[in-house]
Design a binder for this molecule. Structure first.
Ligand SMILES: OCN(O)CCCc1ccccc1
Ligand code: NI
Length: 180
């Protein structure tokens, strides 16, 4: 099982790489890694397990965060309508998005960032995502609200972008200018 010692922290170059597409159909190894990432999320949201293994709770986890520069991430979280979103996405792509933007009023955090970072992170309010799933399907789904924000946070990890790169007035450590 993945524990916090497997999670790469800011400053490690893998968090600034553009992750590579996963060869399809995904290998058993790639699927096993994605399943393990998904399991981290469910474990981290289980009080007893999180306490026992000292896991920081997370709603999403991207492969570069465990040192795997491949285009896949897992999501496991309930949204503001208490709807559970639980996915393993392979080669995800945001194919369209709203002009309208949104942000979490208390800003964002990251399992790879061991410090609070203030500031609003602008995100698209609504997105349409294309991806292959852990179950081997190809999906095109629309998301809005909290889950759309989490997905954009994970997508950024696949492109070497950290959430604080998007904060207007942020001038703390590790900031990188956004790619044009
Ligand atoms: O990359 C995921 N991870 O660092 C866990 C935090 C996920 C997350 C937290 C706040 C807003 C969006 C996404
Ligand atoms: Ni993160």
């Amino acid at each position: 099982m993945i524990t916090m010692d497997r999670i790469v922290r800011e400053g490690h170059p893998v968090l600034r790489e553009v992750a590579k597409e996963v060869a399809l159909p995904p290998s058993n190894e790639d699927l096993a890694v994605l399943k393990e990432m998904h399991e981290y999320l469910t474990n981290s949201q289980d009080q007893a397990i999180a306490e026992k293994y000292d896991l920081r709770p997370g709603s999403g986890l991207a492969a570069p965060q465990i040192g795997v520069a491949k285009r896949m991430f897992a999501i496991h979280t309930t949204d503001e309508k208490d709807q559970l979103h639980s996915y393993g996405f392979i080669n995800p792509k945001i194919v369209s998005h709203s002009v309208e933007e949104t942000s979490l009023e208390n800003g964002e955090g990251c399992l790879s960032v061991d410090r609070p970072v203030e500031g609003l992170v602008p995100r698209h309010a609504r997105i349409t995502l294309d991806a292959h799933t852990l179950d081997g399907e190809h999906i095109r789904m629309r998301f809005r609200g909290y889950i759309a924000i989490v997905i954009q946070h994970e997508m950024d990890h696949l492109n070497g972008i950290m959430f604080y790169d998007r904060i207007e007035e942020y001038d703390g450590p590790h900031k990188r200018p956004l790619p044009i």
